[in-house]
Design a protein around this ligand. Structure first.
Ligand code: SAM
Length: 243
């Protein structure tokens, strides 16, 4: 039976491409990429000559149907994104769902992921954590989302675009208060850096921080939680149990 491989690719350092990922990309019939130009660079670096097609987020439904048709024809397909794991703040979820529903195999191929690298070097609680991905770009919506996360008692990991980091941190300060954070930038690259401090401290230097970033924020502590009337019963139960 045909297989859809969900292949993680490097988030910067090409040495993080695994031999298994190279082998799979060499041996499938088609590679479906978020951006074919980006993926072509990766394929050229490893001398991989497999046929490449586009799998865009904006036409994911249509594109997923095309990939499904290839699988029906017995072709093996690999889906990749520009960096890290497909489906993790990247396209791929539509095709995986459709492919599973038709009974084809879905095989994940491990590799780099920005969230995990940031989390394990952040110094924050890793026993329980929430990966939130991107907050909304629009301020009003972002504030509303942060209110939903306000009493979550464990570490929260966000992705953010470099040009929005200051606005995002200001919203976090406004809603969550002046918590400890870790900005993990340029992960796996030459200028990889972890900037730790309170949100206010980091905001003071944020103008000088460039590149791709993951934002890791400490969870709500018991002292900061203002009272039972404001948090949901579920969150309260967690606070009592784990902190
Ligand atoms: N699929 C990817 C993964 O598995 O990590 C995430 C893709 S998402 C579109 C891009 C975001 O991931 C960036 O805005 C940034 O927050 C984070 N990111 C990706 N590569 C990174 C890197 N090398 N250093 C720091 N953050 C990175």
């Amino acid at each position: 039976k045909a297989t859809l491989y969900v292949v993680a690719t490097p988030i910067g350092n090409l040495e993080e491409m695994t031999p298994r990922a190279i082998h799979v990309l060499e041996s499938v019939d088609v590679i479906a990429a978020e951006d074919t130009r980006n993926t072509l660079k990766l394929l050229n670096y490893f001398g991989i000559r497999t046929r490449l097609i586009a799998h865009h987020q904006h036409n994911e439904e249509q594109s997923a149907n095309g990939l499904l048709e290839l699988l029906r024809q017995g072709k093996n397909v690999a889906v990749v994104s520009d960096a890290g794991y497909p489906l993790i703040s990247d396209p791929g979820s539509v095709v995986v769902k459709k492919v599973m529903e038709e009974g084809f195999n879905v095989v994940p191929i491990s590799g780099s992921n920005a969230m995990l690298n940031a989390l394990v070097a952040s110094g924050m609680n890793t026993r329980h954590f929430l990966f939130y991905g991107f907050l909304k770009a629009q301020e009003k919506e972002r504030i509303r989302e942060l209110h939903e996360l306000k009493y979550y008692p464990f570490t929260i990991v966000f992705y953010e675009a470099p040009h929005r980091i200051e606005k995002m941190l200001k919203s976090c300060l406004e809603v969550l208060g002046n918590r400890q954070i870790c900005l993990a930038r340029e992960l796996t690259k030459k200028h990889e850096e972890f900037i730790r401090g309170t949100i206010e401290e980091v905001l003071e230097i944020v103008d000088d921080i460039k590149g791709e970033m993951v934002v890791v924020i400490e969870g709500c502590s018991e002292e900061k939680n203002p009272g039972e009337d404001q948090a949901s019963p579920l969150v309260h139960e967690q606070i009592k149990t784990y902190i």
